[in-house]
Design a binder for this molecule. Sequence first.
Ligand code: NAD
Ligand code: ZN
Length: 371
Amino acid sequence: MSATVRVELGQRAYDVLVGQGLLARAGELISPLLTGRKRVVIVTDRTPWALHGGVLTASLEKSAIAYDVIEIEPGEASKSFISFQRVTEALLALTIERGDLVIAFGGGVTGDLAGFAAGVTKRGIDFVQIPTTLLAQVDSSVGGKTAINASAGKNLVGLFWQPRLVLADLDVLATLPRRDMAVGWAEVVKIGLIQDRDFFDWCAANGAAAISGDTSILSHAVKAAVQAKANIVAQDEREGGVRALLNLGHTFGHAFEACVGFDESVLRHGEAVACGMAMAHRFSVAQGLCDKEDARQVEDALDAAGLPAFPSDLPGGPWTSAALFEAMSHDKKNEDGNLTLIITRGIGEAFVQKRVDAAAVRAFLDEDLNR
Ligand SMILES: NC(=O)c1ccc[n+]([C@@H]2O[C@H](COP(=O)([O-])OP(=O)(O)OC[C@H]3O[C@@H](n4cnc5c(N)ncnc54)[C@H](O)[C@@H]3O)[C@@H](O)[C@H]2O)c1
Ligand SMILES: [Zn+2]
């Protein structure tokens, strides 16, 4: 049983399949994309590979698809120039050809690194995403953003390189640790907060079940989040406009991540984003834009899923408003030294605000850190 979401991008359009049992059908589903010899190279994180790689390789063998494997170490450190070099050199050593495919099999780290390596090797080899974390299924595998990290910051070296196909198999989430389920859930809730109050209400009621791995809840959540992201990406592939809304909670969130040196063993991206989304609502309340009750509902929904809604609940503190403000002023979305923030008129009504008053942000941070 699976559902198909089409990402409508003209010549670069592709399907995202969401459901159970997809990994066991990967060979049959990928086969039509292989134009020449039937050959793929799998780039994978050691952890999902050890847990689920056997199902994938059995399925490729059944469809007579030859494969090689490049393993990467789990963790954000793999989005480095060194791993990028290792993966691209390995692809070349395996004499990968334009008619072959790269398969990214893992979480967001694997997808970002493998997608970037595929996108630049021999000026572009097609790739397929088989995301194995909730975050990768609902967010990073769809939309074609690929990148590695640089000394100057995260995701600063990369390209838009759309996959040919995405297979989001819910079964692989069964082995995902609870903390990883929660960080993926933050990006699901985000979709409701941006543009869909009914979906937010559903998330608020079902967050705890989702984190515990309830497959029917997860199935609805992943399909809805992927459909929403696909619609946004189809309107604005390269983030010139509406796609920026997907950064809700990310400017506040990135500031906390920067303060801990983006150390995911301390603070996870989704935790920072969860708190950041609650802060975007509280800031909007302080600006007289959003009802206080909406901000409270956001806090409750995050709390129900075990996600932090207040800076004091975030791992990695204590925080200072000066350090957070300094980090916010380096955000990629800022223009001419002015802050850009995604704020809201209420749940489901987020919008991009340019030239945000810096003094108001500082005052808000001072207050929110003491909440
Ligand atoms: N490209 C985009 O649009 C986009 C969007 C959001 C986030 N990202 C990037 O995604 C990355 C975070 O993604 P992530 O949270 O998936 O991190 P991740 O890839 O590091 O995976 C998290 C952990 O889960 C483990 N894991 C993966 N699949 C598993 C499974 N099925 N069972 C058990 N363990 C499993 C991994 O080994 C790792 O330890 C960040 O680098 C972020 O910048 C990219
Ligand atoms: Zn995010």
